[in-house]
Design a protein around this ligand. Sequence first.
Ligand SMILES: CC(C)(COP(=O)(O)OP(=O)(O)OC[C@H]1O[C@@H](n2cnc3c(N)ncnc32)[C@H](O)[C@@H]1OP(=O)(O)O)[C@@H](O)C(=O)NCCC(=O)NCCS
Length: 138
Amino acid sequence: MYWMDIAAAIAAMKHCNAPVVTASVDNISFENPIGLGNAVHIEAKVSRAFTTSMEIYIRVWGEDLTQQFKYKSNEAYYTFVALDPNRKPRTVPQLAPETEEEQQLFDGALRRRQLRLILGGKMKPDDAIELKALFMKP
Ligand SMILES: CC(C)(COP(=O)(O)OP(=O)(O)OC[C@H]1O[C@@H](n2cnc3c(N)ncnc32)[C@H](O)[C@@H]1OP(=O)(O)O)[C@@H](O)C(=O)NCCC(=O)NCCS
């Protein structure tokens, strides 16, 4: 999990060219344990940039180097905030999704952001329009 935080921080810093701080980590779902002696692959990408924060999507695989196969271990979403020289949040460049998968991550990021801000006491549930829409019948 420490490595995941580092990988996510690198992705965030490369996107905004600034120091970043971890604001939150969503639930991490573990599918398979990584065996002792197996290699660990971590993929971290910015899924959406907001004003000063960025959501990072992380996927982790294990690799059995003797049997030569890779298997999914876990995935998670991290949120990082870019900081100015005074350690205050600063604006980040926007992200344009290119692939279908990137578009899905981008769209979902808004709902995940609303959920984490509600849980963090930083947003009223009534203001989470896109999240509420998931539970409303058309
Ligand atoms: C994260 C932090 C920089 C936010 O600063 P703040 O003064 O509360 O600033 P704001 O309320 O203006 O929020 C700034 C951004 O953080 C986001 N944010 C704040 N709390 C958040 C949370 N719990 N989850 C996700 N994003 C959060 C806000 O949505 C905002 O993003 P936006 O500009 O894209 O809309 C500040 O709380 C902090 O430094 N926390 C400690 C971080 C830390 O020590 N991390 C290391 C853990 S090992």
